[in-house]
Design a protein around this ligand. Structure first.
Ligand SMILES: Cc1cc2nc3c(=O)[nH]c(=O)nc-3n(C[C@H](O)[C@H](O)[C@H](O)COP(=O)(O)O)c2cc1C
Length: 313
């Protein structure tokens, strides 16, 4: 049997497969397909301070090998989340990683304080792919200084023992530069990547397909981008735990993320057409590791970076 346990800072998970934020709400919808406690963790839809209704419709468009979405941060707000969603996950013995999002540094700090101090939270994931209303709507994740300011504020309000994971955008010139600055600001781990900004136009209506005009591209189309980001950051900072996300559909894809340097993987878009995908991918990953002779998933992390004289297998 392969040892699948993994660590993200102070969080020890029984296996490295989790949901991706926004692709399974707060996990409840998945309970009819599998036991959410079987996953390494359940990452919740990014929560904001106040309830939000999201962006105008239509909010989804199919593209070759991917999906464009402009859902926006629709949700119940932190009060509703803490009253209803979090207790359900804790009661199910799932390990909740709570994703938070804000429009100002102060909002992130307040969310971190409220969420981080709630019993049962395994980690806080900071979604910094949001516009900063205090700075011309510039997306936090696209600027190393703004990204690190948010992460420092979150880290300061989050109790010790609850790791802070920063989720990065691939829409930057140097992902390593942003990664380094959020790690220096206190991030215990990195999640890569969020969606890539895209746009689809319908030549029949002569107009953009999505009500919000632009949307986030996800699915298999972005996997090589995600693998490249994981690879570059692992190479620059091999001791920082990384969670790989982007287009993972099979255990084979998940193994690719581990080999690039990810200690865990998140499963997103595939859930929309195969809700049982996270547990299927977990079973497939186990047998992919076993068939290659890996005794521990941890041994596969970053394996593709090894020089020939460092090979284990
Ligand atoms: C419909 C939809 C909603 C999403 N909502 C969020 C969100 O609330 N917060 C976040 O950090 N990422 C969000 N994401 C991004 C995913 O968590 C993930 O980073 C991205 O989709 C790439 O993974 P995938 O190709 O496996 O879907 C969303 C993605 C989709 C498709």
């Amino acid at each position: 049997m392969v040892d699948l346990t993994t660590r993200l800072g102070d969080a020890r998970l029984p296996n490295p497969v989790m949901t991706a934020s926004g692709c399974a709400a707060a996990g409840r919808e998945l309970a009819q397909f599998f036991d959410v406690a079987d996953l390494g963790a359940v990452v919740t839809k990014s929560i904001m301070l106040d309830p939000r209704s999201g962006r105008p419709t239509p909010r989804m468009a199919e593209t070759p090998s991917g999906m464009l979405n402009s859902i926006g941060l629709q949700g119940p707000g932190v009060d509703g989340f803490l009253a209803q969603d979090l207790p359900w996950l804790v009661q199910r013995r799932a390990r909740p990683i709570v994703s938070i999002a804000g429009s100002t540094v102060g909002e992130y700090a307040e969310l971190a304080r409220r969420v981080g101090n709630s019993p049962g939270v395994t980690a806080v994931e900071v979604n910094i792919s949001c516009p900063n209303v205090e700075n011309r709507g510039l997306v936090f994740a696209c600027d190393p200084l703004q990204a690190s300011t948010v992460v420092a504020a979150v880290k300061e309000r989050t109790p010790p023992g609850v790791p802070v994971l920063a989720k990065l955008s691939p829409d930057v010139t140097s992902i390593v530069e942003v990664a380094r600055s959020v790690v220096e600001a206190g991030a215990d781990g990195l999640v890569m990547v969020n969606t890539l900004l895209g746009l689809a136009i319908d030549p029949d209506t002569l107009r953009p397909v999505l009500g919000g005009v632009t949307g986030g591209l996800s699915g298999p189309a972005i996997r090589p981008v995600a693998v490249r980001c994981v690879w570059q950051v692992h190479q620059a900072m091999p001791d920082v735990p990384v969670v790989g996300v982007g287009g993972v559909r099979t255990g084979y894809d998940a193994l690719e993320m581990l080999l690039a340097g990810a200690s865990a993987v998140q499963v997103g878009t595939v859930i929309f057409n195969d809700p049982g995908a996270p547990v299927r991918i977990l079973a497939e990953l186990r047998s992919e590791l076993e068939s290659r002779g890996f005794a521990r998933a941890a041994d596969a992390v970053g394996y593709a970076h090894r020089k020939p004289d460092e090979e284990l297998l």
